[in-house]
Write a protein that binds this ligand. Structure first.
Ligand code: 2P0
Length: 339
């Protein structure tokens, strides 16, 4: 296969933000392709991000991957697998230097793999001059990390399960723009540590051993329909009900695995009760928790300050990160990655 001519460097940078699933993804029908057993639905955030520069350089013998200024071989291996798919599309074998930065903790339940692979695919496609639409980038981002399919899009997005074995119909699509219903997300960070069981391992263990797997799969379509309807109607109470139900159902499914997966800590649990108490007092807020101990409180904009103040008070809450809803993955000026 040809390489880029000696001395010619092809490069581009992109930014993507994490997304938070309101109707959760958990379980794979194809591990290699990251094909999910269920569809899922999410909101993309605005102020926490991954910025990634990809430089294809003929002089490189192998891909190099630098995360927040430090070489990271494990993350680099996953990135290389994604780049291989793009290299094959472009008909080249040239290796790349990848520099990536997160302005939030990596691998701690804040969806860094979602923003990471959405930014990587968007930057690499631009560097190689591949004219891929967002749907195609969503398919490619999914192969790196399932939830990355959703971070290609801003605002509210749904990732379709798909039915094809090759995964070409398992991509996300936008449901509603962020500006059409600008909810806010208050994240209570309860640990900065990397999680002990990765999402991938947790999903595989769950599928092998949880007695609730079939119920999880058979009830997802109804949750997705309910969430879609709530979003289109801007019905906060309805979205709160289905989102909390999906979150608790996913964790119940995972807790029932052998050995059970416990992603929460005491502060996470305190956060769940705090959010329920606030809502009982009339505050428009609901919770969701992913494969880590951070508590995410989703609220109407006018409630954000009160929600942040209440969560901040809880023992074990280390800090609060507040976000709005943001845009999908996009190309950015290359100098902003190093800045
Ligand atoms: C989600 N999570 O829908 C669910 C809910 C965590 C809990 O997607 O194995 O990093 O790379 O496809 O996408 C986290 O899993 O897993 C996730 P892989 P991913 O957001």
């Amino acid at each position: 296969m040809p390489s880029i001519p000696t001395g010619v460097v092809r490069q581009a940078a992109a930014q993507a933000q994490p997304n938070i699933a309101l109707v959760k993804y958990w379980g794979k029908r194809d591990v290699a392709l990251n094909l999910p057993v269920v569809g899922s639905l999410s909101i993309t955030l605005d102020s926490i991000w991954t910025r990634t520069l990809v430089c294809f350089e003929p002089a490189l013998a192998q891909d190099t991957f630098i995360l927040n200024g430090v070489a990271n071989a494990a993350a680099g291996a996953r990135a290389s697998t994604s780049l291989d798919v793009l290299r094959a599309r472009a008909g080249i074998t040239t290796r790349a230097r990848i520099e990536t930065r997160n302005n939030f903790p990596t691998g701690a339940g804040l969806a860094s793999s979602a923003s990471g692979f959405a930014a990587l695919v968007t930057a690499a496609a631009a560097a190689l001059g591949l004219e891929l639409d967002a749907r195609e980038r969503s398919v490619l981002a999914r192969r790196g990390s399932g939830s990355a399919a959703r971070s290609i899009f801003g605002g509210y997005a749904e990732w379709h399960r798909g039915t094809r074995d090759d995964g070409t119909d398992s991509c996300a699509e936008p449901l509603l723009a962020a500006s059409a219903w600008p909810l806010r997300v208050v994240v209570a960070v309860t640990s900065e540590a990397q999680k002990s069981v990765s999402s991938t391992d947790g999903m595989l263990r769950t599928a092998r051993t949880s007695p609730y797997e079939r119920a999880w799969e058979s009830t997802q379509e109804a949750d997705l329909a309910e969430a879609r309807a709530a979003i289109h109607a801007h019905d906060f109470a309805k979205l709160a009900a289905v989102s909390e139900a999906s979150c608790l159902k996913m964790h119940a499914l995972a807790m029932a695995a052998r050995p059970g997966l416990l992603y929460w800590n005491a502060a996470t649990m305190a956060g769940l009760h705090c959010v329920r108490q606030l809502r009982a007092e009339g505050v428009p807020v609901f919770f969701t928790v992913d494969a880590g101990p951070q508590l995410k409180a989703v609220c109407l904009p006018e409630a954000a300050e009160k929600v942040a103040a209440a969560l901040c008070e809880l023992p074990g809450v280390l800090r609060i990160v507040e976000c709005g809803l943001g845009a999908g993955a996009r190309v950015i000026p290359m100098e902003t990655v190093a800045a």
